[in-house]
Design a protein around this ligand. Sequence first.
Ligand code: GAR
Length: 211
Amino acid sequence: MNGTERLRVGVLISGRGSNLQALLDACAEADFPAEIVLVISNKADAQGLARAESAGVATKVVPHLDYASREAFDAVVTAAFEAAEVDLICMAGFLRLVTQGFVNRWRDRLINIHPALLPAFKGLDTHERALAAGVTEHGCTVHFVRHEMDDGPILGQAAVPVLPGDTPDSLAARVLEAEHKLYPQCLRLIAEGRVKIRGDSVAIAESSPRP
Ligand code: GAR
């Protein structure tokens, strides 16, 4: 990639797509160093598909129930992203486990946003579990995807306070607001070429090595 080309990004979604919207909004800014070239959903009724279409971004539905195995599903997704020549895939509320083959194919080029401060609260119902655990801080994490679910080098985190009287919904709304800021910031870091993965962790260069 040279100094003028923007990073080509594919996004995987399953539903509402508010994180996708945050990425689309960032990419619409003139100086943002990435562009979304394809959005794939495993669900035909995902709200995020309409968001992509409104932004003029290509979409594709790959219904997981049409495939006999996860491998077959992932192969179709990979072929579509390859045809779109994506440099990076962002999982944004994509609620499917991906195969080891998929993780290997896109190693260090596949990131996910999770609604908790990893390594705390991997998996589902993170806000309920954070409240039940009595933590005073909760938040979200963007990380590179590895074989273990919700695991992999951490690219960025944003913390929010847990307030007295919080419900899972009020806490989720506070975390979601943080997600919408964090994900574009992390995408920018990668697109500026500032991110190096060293073993299990990420090193971020102070400023862009690109001209
Ligand atoms: C987000 O909170 C995201 O962090 C979470 O699903 C929500 C999707 O919302 N992802 C996971 O739980 C993945 N383990 P969105 O569709 O409005 O972006």
